[in-house]
Design a protein around this ligand. Structure first.
Ligand code: AMP
Length: 404
């Protein structure tokens, strides 16, 4: 059996995919079946969607909590004859603290640790845990593997992960930069050597994961040496609804003006800022780009700010990397928004980046370099977080020799 079920159990949705993983293969892999259960724990019925062999189905969930969603997923995957061939379930877990630097087989100790990291990721780790526990109960004979979003950043040097704060705060309370989107950045790091020749001292690249959440990773010879997200995913780039970096001195002033406490302000900075806050329209880049094209000045500012801040952060990666051989765009915006790539590259002309505008406009679902020959590489690589989780989960199982 080489099939892997991948579960990404988030706060209001559970995404899933089934892969038949060819052992030892390293390129992109396609899932046999994908889908999601969404609108969980909201008033009204939850939605279940599944795609298999080109067919799409959609139905209301009989129960719209996480447990009900996972029961529906397992039951449909079983009816398709796939669950019977699954050797391992791979779970995306957002926060692994500074303890988990690799995919890990779940046992009671691992579960307790993930629970203890919930204080760092209160929106993410608790639903991740429910996903694991329900699968353990329903599929007791199948190993469960946790793949952590923070793990790839376990190689950050101290100078990249420390904050300029009293060090006691780090020692006593774990206050440091952890970084996120590690599964996606790791996938990008794994693909680059397959796509381009490596200099003697290894490829130095910046991976820009630009989805609803956005982060950069400075990758030196396959490992993460810096990243833009920090203790939480709020740090760094401007995102769909997150502010990214801002003056911490603002918090007290804003709490007073908004008549809210720090919890309320943090929620607003996560959910009502970024593209959504500046445009006053939407957290969705497509909507912002359309409105900007139609002349909406708020949407124009939102797009401009997004690109300017992104370009500044990319340029800053020259410090950990020394030089940049490749810039990679991935995630919904990175893969699809040609005008965003064009603006960012224009802002990075000082670093020698030049875009082939014709290639940039062409749509494709495979990795491609859209730079001119005189420029460092500019890759568009469709990310494969679920495929990466599948591959790593099965690899761990094989390493441990517990593959049934
Ligand atoms: P993700 O979180 O990776 O699914 O990415 C979601 C983001 O990608 C949203 O802001 C979408 O508007 C954006 N996106 C997806 N397709 C396009 C497109 N064709 N043009 C611009 N933005 C896009």
């Amino acid at each position: 059996m080489t099939m892997v079920l991948v579960l990404n159990s988030g706060s209001s949705s559970v995404k899933f995919a089934v892969f038949d993983v060819l052992q030892g293969a390293t390129g992109a892999i396609s899932p046999l079946c994908t889908g999601n259960a969404s609108r969980l724990n909201e008033p009204g019925a939850g939605e279940f969607r599944l795609e298999w062999q080109g067919q799409k189905e959609q139905l209301d969930l009989p129960r719209n909590d996480h447990e009900g969603a996972i029961d529906t997923i397992l039951s449909r995957v079983r009816q398709l004859g796939l669950l019977q061939q699954v050797a391992v379930v791979g779970h995306r877990v957002v926060h692994g603290g500074d303890r988990y630097r690799a995919p890990t087989r779940v046992d009671d100790k691992v579960l307790a640790d993930i629970e203890s990291f919930s204080a760092f990721a209160p929106l993410h780790n608790p639903p991740n845990l429910i996903g694991i526990r329900v699968c353990q109960q329903r599929l007791p004979a199948i190993p469960q593997v946790a793949v952590f979003d923070t793990a790839f950043h376990g190689t950050l040097p101290p100078v990249a992960y420390h904050y300029a704060i009293p060090q006691q705060w780090q020692q006593d309370w774990g206050v440091r930069r952890y970084g996120f989107h590690g599964i996606s950045h790791h996938y990008i790091a794994s693909q680059l050597p397959l796509l381009m020749p490596a200099p003697a001292d290894g490829i130095r690249a910046v991976s820009a994961h630009l989805g609803n959440g956005c982060s950069l990773c400075a990758i030196k010879n396959g490992i993460s040496v810096d990243t833009s997200m920090g203790f939480t995913p709020l740090e760094g780039l401007m995102m769909g609804s997150r502010s990214g970096d801002l003056d911490p001195g603002l918090h007290e002033y804003l709490c007073e003006k908004l008549q809210t406490d720090i919890h309320g302000l943090t929620t607003l900075l996560n959910k009502d800022a970024g593209l959504k806050g500046v445009s006053g329209l939407s957290n969705d880049m497509r909507t912002c780009l359309q409105a900007a094209d139609a002349g909406n000045p708020h949407a124009q500012l939102a797009v401009e700010l997004f690109c300017y801040r992104l370009a500044k952060h990319i340029a800053a990666c020259i410090v950990p990397l020394g030089r940049i051989d490749a810039l990679v765009f991935t995630g919904g915006i990175g893969e699809n928004a040609a005008p965003i790539r064009a603006r960012v590259i224009a802002l990075l002309a000082g670093l020698g980046f030049r875009l082939d505008t014709t290639l940039n406009e062409q749509r494709a679902d495979h990795a491609r370099n859209v730079a001119t020959t005189s420029s460092p590489a500019i890759w568009i690589i469709p990310t494969q977080e679920e495929g990466m989780i599948a591959r790593q989960s099965l690899a761990l199982l094989n390493e441990e020799g517990c593959h049934s």
